[in-house]
Write a protein of this length. Structure first.
Length: 227
């Protein structure tokens, strides 16, 4: 991609656009996963510290152990290779795309990365440069989808694909009555009333092509919060 010449005076404007205009969550972290700067609110990343100071916190302060360990390994990988990577995961049941890039440093300055996270990201859209590593998170936060059974997740994905109750019943070799019972159960668990709302939730979670493996592999952090 061709990059235009940018005068130094334009850099503050570019930085402001990233931090305030992009619609993405962004943070700068060091090699230990400590937050040095953050654009608030980081709605896709942090559930437990809303309204609290985040700068100075580590990933293990912000997330459960499994998700923090996995993300910290990726930060260190980027710093070691000098190559950015794209991480697909889920936060609160919404599919996200996080890019981790190494940042240039001044003499004597500790290594650091810039992370930019956006969601929801549809499962069938993975626009990534061929020379950029892509990682699919092993540990995610399924959010309200964690209330659903594997069968309900399967049916939810089919609803997102626009399949009718009859079509789902035929594909799963079940009766329409059984599928409708599943739909009503999902609606009660997710607090929605109709297929349209169920489809919206499924699309935000990236379930269009079926239940993703990361959601099924989600693990708790020991305090009842899934990551």
């Amino acid at each position: 991609m061709n990059r235009p010449e940018v005068p130094d005076a334009a850099l503050p404007i570019l930085w402001t656009a990233l931090a305030e205009d992009s619609g993405a969550d962004a943070a700068i972290m060091n090699g230990e996963g400590r937050v040095l700067w953050v654009k608030l609110p980081i709605s896709w990343w942090v559930a437990r510290l809303q309204g609290e100071e985040i700068v100075g916190r580590t990933m293990h302060d912000l997330f459960g152990k499994e998700i923090a360990d996995e993300r910290l390994d990726l930060v260190r990988r980027v710093l070691s290779t000098g190559k950015p990577l794209v991480l697909y995961g889920a936060w609160r049941g919404v599919r996200t795309r996080t890019v981790i890039r190494p940042l240039p440093t001044l003499p004597g300055q500790e290594p650091r990365v810039l992370t930019v996270c956006r969601g929801p990201v549809p499962a069938d859209r993975n626009p990534t440069k061929s020379d950029t590593d892509v990682v699919h998170a092993k540990f995610v936060d399924p959010g309200q989808l964690g209330k659903l059974t594997p069968r309900e997740l399967e049916i939810l994905a089919m609803i997102a694909q626009g399949m009718t109750t009859a079509a789902i019943a035929k594909k799963l070799f079940r009766s329409r009555k059984t599928i409708e019972a599943h739909r009503l159960s999902m609606g009660a668990k997710l607090g929605v009333r109709n297929r349209v709302e169920l489809a919206r939730i499924a699309l935000e979670a990236g379930l269009l092509s079926g239940p993703p493996q990361p959601v099924a592999a989600a693990a708790g952090n020991g305090d009842g919060h899934l990551n």
